[in-house]
Design a protein around this ligand. Structure first.
Ligand SMILES: Cc1cc2nc3c(=O)[nH]c(=O)nc-3n(C[C@H](O)[C@H](O)[C@H](O)COP(=O)(O)O)c2cc1C
Length: 352
């Protein structure tokens, strides 16, 4: 019943969400293909300027009349830095030299972009707005609501889900421990918020009377059926869509995803300063002995950007953030519409 209610509200024929993926993978083409196939495509807009957000939403609307979501980072933006940057600059200097880049310098961070990004979302009025890393201010929630935008917040624990419920969200994305990329945790220690996806879904569904979307390690229709059985109204898949031709992941990234024969993911702060799950590689190994030298998020993220960009251009996976969930070995290089059809038929074969 919860499933059909949420799907009706969001105009979805299938309980399948393409999870937002900031940094490029969730292109308008990927989003439209998923929404056109009866699911819900989502734009990861956290690294986009307000103009880029408006442009991306225009492009999505040119490709689909179906609902889609837009996602931002609502919190965790820390300008202060108490860590001496010299050791990290020296470590990164070696990577820069290997990639033919000039030595790195500590970037000057702009103020938190969330307010201006949200203004673009409010102007464009996508059907759904989702967020992670925190909770927007009550006045922001009220502005979204007054524009009839459905609101979905990310929780990694039952306690976070309770706070989201109290803030008045319409749905909760339960991000389990196996999920690819950044942990959404905003309450307490990250280490205490590594709950397996189905356990998290069961816990949140019991504690909160809002539709729950399951995410983390969900790769096929049988996984989706399991999530629905645990109490989810839909499943949100990120890694499963990374290798689609419509995905904006770089070729080196897609190759690394498709080459993963088993789960070789780790949770690391190396690339951004915030714990995130990705395929183990040379840069993560290099920083393993230097945890204390990693700068806070988002400074470390800004500092490693030149390295990551150059590595993507050169096709070098050793210095790339290869975000992926624990199901990575089951990623499929199929057009998104075909993948959606396969997921739907697997789901129905699994009794979902
Ligand atoms: C490359 C990548 C980028 C992501 N970026 C975002 C993001 O910008 N915002 C967000 O809320 N979640 C982001 N996520 C997390 C997903 O929304 C979702 O929780 C996760 O992909 C689910 O786990 P799975 O990758 O095992 O399917 C990202 C995931 C990946 C793989």
């Amino acid at each position: 019943m919860a499933t059909s209610g949420l799907l009706r509200r969001l105009g979805m024929a299938l309980p399948i969400v393409q999870a937002p993926m900031g940094g490029g993978p969730s292109t308008p083409e990927l989003i439209a293909a998923v929404s056109n196939a009866g699911g819900l495509g989502s734009l990861g807009a956290a690294y986009l300027t307000p103009e880029q957000i408006l442009d991306a939403i225009r492009r999505i609307r040119a490709l689909t009349v179906k609902p889609f979501g837009v996602n931002l980072f609502a919190g965790a933006y820390q300008i202060e830095n108490a860590v001496d940057p010299a050791p990290m600059l020296a470590l990164l200097g070696e990577a820069h030299a290997a990639l033919g880049l000039p030595p790195p310098a500590v970037p000057v961070l702009p103020p938190d972009p969330f307010g201006d990004q949200l203004a673009a979302v409010l102007e464009a009025r996508p059907p759904i707005f989702s967020f992670t890393f925190g909770i927007p201010q009550p006045q922001d929630i009220a502005r979204l609501r007054s524009r009839d935008i459905a609101i979905v917040g990310t929780a990694t624990t039952v306690e976070e889900a309770r706070l989201l419920d109290a803030a008045g969200v319409d749905g909760i994305l339960a991000q389990g421990a196996g999920a690819g990329a950044h942990r959404g945790t905003f309450l307490g220690r990250f280490e205490d918020a590594m709950v397996l996806t189905l356990d998290l879904v069961r816990g949140i569904a019991r504690a909160v009377a809002r539709p729950v979307m399951a995410s983390g390690g969900i790769m096929d229709g049988a996984d989706i059926a399991g999530a629905l059985k645990a109490g989810a109204s839909a499943a949100a898949l990120g890694t499963a869509f990374l290798a689609c031709p419509e995905s904006g992941a770089s070729d080196a990234y897609k190759r690394a995803v498709l080459a993963a024969g088993s789960d070789t993911t780790v949770v690391t702060r190396a690339f951004s300063g915030r714990p995130a799950r990705g395929l183990a590689n040379a840069f993560i190994a290099k920083l393993r002995e230097h945890e204390g030298d990693i700068l806070p998020y988002p400074l470390q993220n800004a500092l490693t950007r030149a390295m990551r960009t150059a590595a993507a251009q050169r096709g070098d996976p050793g210095f790339l953030s290869l975000w992926a969930g624990t199901g990575v070995a089951r990623a499929r290089a199929l057009p998104a519409g075909t993948l959606m059809r396969e997921l739907a038929s697997e789901l129905s074969a699994a009794g979902g």
